[in-house]
Design a protein around this ligand. Structure first.
Ligand code: PMP
Length: 456
C-alpha cells in the first residue's frame, strides 16, 4: 500500500511513499523528500554506519556531533546492559541512586574552575532551558527579582524549547513561532566573510562585537538583565569560531554589570575543541555551563547544567526542608544514562581521546584547507577543533530545489555522512579518526562538491 503524498518540485515527484514510512514524522527533515528517497542506516560500529544492504558509510559527523568515541563501543554497551538488569529506573526527586552522584562528581572534576554542581536533564534543549531558568531563579534567590531579561545572540542555537528558541537567533523560529518569550535581546553574531574568510581556527577580527552588550545594558539597564547565553563556538548555524579575545571581553562585561554568563557547551563540551570544555580552552569560566551529546557518547539521552559554586550556594540558604530549585525531569539522572556516562568518561580517559582530538586539530585543518580552499564553488571554510564548515556557492543539478536535497543524496552515494544546512556543509568526525580517515573525508568532500557545486 502506498500513500497519495507526493514530493513537490523534485524529481522524486512521481515516487509514491511506502506506507511503512508514513507514521514517523521525522524531526528537522523534509519528510516528503526523504520518504520518497530514504537514506537508512541499520547498524554502526566505530567510525562507520552501515545501510540495511550493508553499504559502509564513514561517519563524518559523529552522529550529530555526539558519538565522539565512535559507535557501539563495547564498554558502554556492557555498562548499559548491566545497569538495565540491575536498576532500570529510580526517581531522583526526593530519592537517589549512587551512579547519579558518581557521574556528577566526575563531570564537576572535569569542568574548569569552581563549576562544581551538576543538574541533570535529557537533552541539549532541556539543558538550555534549565540554565535560563536557573539564572532567573538565582537572582530571585538573591533578592533581585527584577533581573529576568535574557540576552542571546544572532545565529545562536540553543535547542528547541521556548527558552532556547527565544534566546537563540534563528530567523525560521521567529517566522513560525511568533514572538516567543517576552524580555529577550540579542548580541550580533560574530561572522563576517569579508573580514574572516578562510581563517583557520579563531578569526582575528571581531572581538569588539562583545561590546554590543554595553548598548543592550544602556537600553534595558543591568537591573533587568539576568544572563547572557552564547555558544563558545556557534555550531549548528555553521561553525562560527569565536574571534580572538571575544569570550574574555564578554566575561569582563558580564562581571562589570553583574550579569550571569552562560556557555552552551552542548557541542563544544567533552573534547570537541581538544579540551574537556571550550571554557578551558579559552580560559573563560562561565557561571553556568550546559552539556549533552558527548557526555554519554550518545548511547543514551542525557544533558545537564554545571553551576559555579556561588550560583549553587545562593539557593542553599533557606530552611533545609524547602526545595531549593523548583525544576526537574522524571528522567533527570536516568540510571541507564548515568551508566553510559560513566563508561564514556572512562573511555575518553583510557584512550586519551580529548588529547587525540587536540593532536589531530592541525592535521584536520591542513587536510580540509589544502584540499578544498580554491576549489570551484567553495566560498569559505571555517574550522575549530575537530569541526569544519564549508560554504558552497550554488548547485549544478538542483535548479529551483533546496540545495541540500541534491547534496545529501550525493554524500550518501559517496559513502559519507555529513550535515548540510542551507548552503553550508558541516563535518565533525569522531575523535577515533586516523590521519588516513581524515584524508579520505577530505577527498570525499571534494568529490561531492565537484560533482554538485556550480563552478564560480
Ligand atoms: N545547544 C546547542 C549548542 C546545540 O548544538 C544543540 C543541538 N545541536 C542543542 C542545544 C539542542 O540539543 P538537543 O538536540 O539534544 O535538544
Amino acid at each position: 500500500k502506498t500513500s497519495a503524498l507526493r514530493v513537490v518540485g523534485d524529481d522524486a515527484a512521481t515516487t509514491a511513499i511506502p506506507n511503512d514510512l508514513q507514521a514517523f514524522w521525522m524531526p528537522f527533515t523534509a519528510n516528503r523528500s526523504f520518504k520518497a528517497r530514504p537514506r537508512m542506516v541499520a547498524r554502526a560500529k566505530d567510525l562507520y554506519y552501515y545501510t540495511p544492504e550493508g553499504k559502509q558509510i564513514i561517519d563524518g559527523t559523529a552522529g550529530l556531533w555526539c558519538s565522539s568515541a565512535g559507535h557501539s563501543r563495547q564498554p558502554i554497551v556492557e555498562a548499559i546492559q548491566k545497569q538495565a538488569a540491575e536498576l532500570d529506573f529510580a526517581p531522583t526527586f526526593q530519592f537517589g541512586h549512587p551512579k547519579a552522584f558518581e557521574l556528577a562528581s566526575r563531570i564537576a572534576a572535569l569542568a574548569p574552575g569552581d563549576l562544581d554542581h551538576v543538574f541533570f536533564c535529557n537533552s541539549g534543549s532541556e539543558a538550555a532551558d534549565t540554565a535560563l531558568k536557573m539564572a532567573i531563579a538565582y537572582w530571585h534567590a538573591r533578592g533581585k527579582a527584577s533581573k529576568t531579561r535574557l540576552i542571546g545572540r544572532e545565529r545562536g542555537y540553543h535547542g528547541v524549547g521556548f527558552g532556547g528558541i527565544t534566546v537563540g537567533g534563528i530567523v525560521a523560529n521567529r517566522r513560525v513561532y511568533g514572538s516567543m518569550l517576552a524580555g529577550a535581546d540579542h548580541l550580533p553574531h560574530t561572522y563576517n566573510r569579508e573580514k574572516q574568510a578562510f581563517s583557520k581556527g579563531e578569526p582575528e577580527w571581531g572581538a569588539h562585537l562583545a561590546d554590543e552588550l554595553e548598548r543592550i545594558v544602556a537600553l534595558h539597564d543591568a537591573s533587568t538583565i539576568a544572563a547572557v547565553m552564547v555558544e563558545p563556538m556557534a555550531g549548528s548555524t555553521g561553525v562560527l569560531p569565536p574571534p580572538v579575545g571575544y569570550l574574555k571581553r564578554l566575561r569582563e562585561l558580564c562581571d562589570k554589570h553583574d550579569i550571569l554568563l552562560i556557555f552552551d557547551e552542548v557541542i563544544t563540551g567533552f573534547g570537541r575543541l581538544g579540551a574537556p570544555f571550550a571554557s578551558e580552552r579559552y580560559g573563560v569560566i562561565p557561571d553556568l555551563m550546559t552539556f549533552a551529546k558527548g557526555v554519554t557518547n550518545a548511547a543514551a539521552p542525557m544533558g545537564g547544567v554545571v553551576a559555579r559554586k556561588h550560583v549553587h550556594d545562593a539557593f542553599m540558604t533557606g530552611p533545609d526542608h524547602v526545595i531549593e530549585l523548583f525544576h526537574g525531569y522524571t528522567y533527570s539522572a536516568h540510571p541507564l544514562a548515568c551508566a553510559a556516562g560513566l563508561a564514556t568518561l572512562d573511555l575518553y580517559r583510557d584512550e586519551g581521546l580529548f588529547e587525540r582530538s587536540k593532536a589531530l586539530e592541525p592535521v584536520w585543518a591542513d587536510a580540509i584547507f589544502s584540499k578544498l580552499k580554491g576549489q570551484a564553488g567553495v566560498l569559505d571554510i571555517r574550522q575549530l577543533g575537530l569541526t569544519a564548515a564549508i560554504d558552497i556557492e550554488s548547485w549544478k543539478d538542483a535548479p529551483g530545489k533546496r540545495a541540500y536535497v541534491a547534496m545529501d543524496k550525493a554524500f550518501h552515494d559517496e559513502g559519507i555522512m555529513i550535515r548540510t544546512s542551507g548552503d553550508c556543509l558541516v563535518v565533525t568526525p569522531p575523535f577515533i579518526i586516523t590521519e588516513n580517515d581524515i584524508a579520505q573525508i577530505a577527498d570525499k568532500l571534494s568529490n561531492v562538491i565537484a560533482s554538485t557545486a556550480m563552478p564560480s
